[in-house]
Write a new protein. Structure first.
Length: 362
């Protein structure tokens, strides 16, 4: 008797569409795997706020009522657990702790598990810091930097812009990838603006610099040429504008990003990268694509054929719990169907910055 995985493998390329039931079962198994990892005390202590966001976004954007309800129940349990384990704000704030609390409290609030009002204290704490403290640059004064040294690998010293050797110990330095800086800044400003506490700048302030980083280069798959950094910047441009799966976007609003995703989706299949493939499919579906599109259909077939027996995707021997659950999370997003609203964006000013400025108007 054929196993479920072997049966799906045999069906690849036959033109037989995967059934809604097959995909729904695969997605539910993936979601249950993610929840299982959240029960790990150490993992939850480190990534609790991420788990909350995972379960909320799936519960808010999925079209399957059963999946929505299951994700909501898991999210509420995690939110109650997180509140219990984090009963008070820190005595001393850092930019990192402020960002953490903004993201975590926003996610818990969306899951209906509200705590005492803390926005006022966070807003007061934000005033102590500069945009550079949250974003590594000030998007209202400069573009995304290409010459920001990474922390010294030897003594963690933060060197000045352009430094190629650590001023403290002389260790050779590497620069931060500008696409990584862009991606982090998008996540930070989106979270702050949606929550109501501005973390250094608004999303539109960051997205005005996207045209400077276009066109997106193609990968040289034989080496780490920064393609993964470009990929995650592109997908998070889409996530921030579609409110993480809530709005339907039009390809003409983000023609460069849409073309990039379409042109390189099959490359993820070629190298067996289920995690990145999931993000490509998730973001392309927000443009209205579904299994009637050949790219989406091939992606779904690949993902369905590579689910692990425990419901996860990725290398089952991987020790890093973040990689394990995040890989599965992106594939769940790639396979599930979305209940997209009519065409729109989360923050219209951000779309204007990302699109219109690159075409000479505002």
């Amino acid at each position: 008797m054929l196993t479920r995985r072997l049966f799906i493998r045999c069906a690849l390329g036959t033109g037989v569409p995967l059934s809604k039931v097959q995909k729904a079962n695969a997605v539910e198994r993936g979601l249950r795997f993610i929840y299982k990892t959240s029960r790990n005390t150490k993992a939850f202590a480190e990534f609790g706020q991420d788990y909350l966001w995972c379960f909320y976004t799936i519960s808010a954007s999925a079209s399957d009522p059963k999946l929505k309800q299951l994700a909501w129940e898991m999210g509420q349990k995690c939110a109650r657990r997180w509140r219990k384990q984090n009963p008070r704000l820190p005595a001393i704030f850092t930019p990192g702790s402020i960002s953490y609390w903004v993201f975590a409290d926003y996610s818990a609030n969306l899951l209906g598990i509200r705590w005492q009002e803390i926005k006022e204290r966070l807003q007061q704490a934000v005033a102590q810091f500069r945009p550079e403290d949250f974003l590594a640059f000030d998007p209202n004064k400069e573009p995304v930097p290409h010459n920001l040294p990474k922390l010294c690998p030897r003594d963690k010293f933060r060197n000045q812009r352009g430094a190629t050797a650590c001023a403290k110990c002389g260790t050779a330095l590497r620069f931060e990838d500008p696409y990584d800086l862009l991606c982090d800044a998008i996540i930070t400003t989106y979270s702050g603006e949606r929550y109501g506490v501005i973390l250094g700048a608004k999303l539109a302030d960051v997205m005005q610099h996207i045209p400077e980083l276009r066109p997106y280069r193609s990968p040289h798959r034989k080496e780490d040429d920064g393609f993964s950094s470009i990929t995650y910047a592109v997908t998070h441009i889409v996530y921030a504008l579609n409110d993480y799966g809530m709005y339907r976007l039009r390809p003409e609003w983000l023609p460069d990003e849409y073309a990039f995703l379409r042109n390189h989706l099959l490359g993820n299949i070629a190298v067996g990268d289920a995690e990145t493939l999931g993000e490509f499919m998730d973001t392309l579906k927000s443009f209205g694509l579904n299994e009637s599109d050949e790219l989406i259909r091939k992606g779904e077939e690949f993902l369905m054929a590579h689910q692990n027996p425990d419901g996860s995707w990725g290398d089952p021997s991987e020790k890093d719990v973040y990689i394990r659950y995040h890989s599965t999370w992106t594939v769940v997003g790639g396979l599930m169907d979305f209940a997209l609203k009519t065409a729109g964006v989360s923050i219209p000013e951000a779309l204007k910055s990302a699109y219109f400025q690159s075409r000479g108007s505002k």
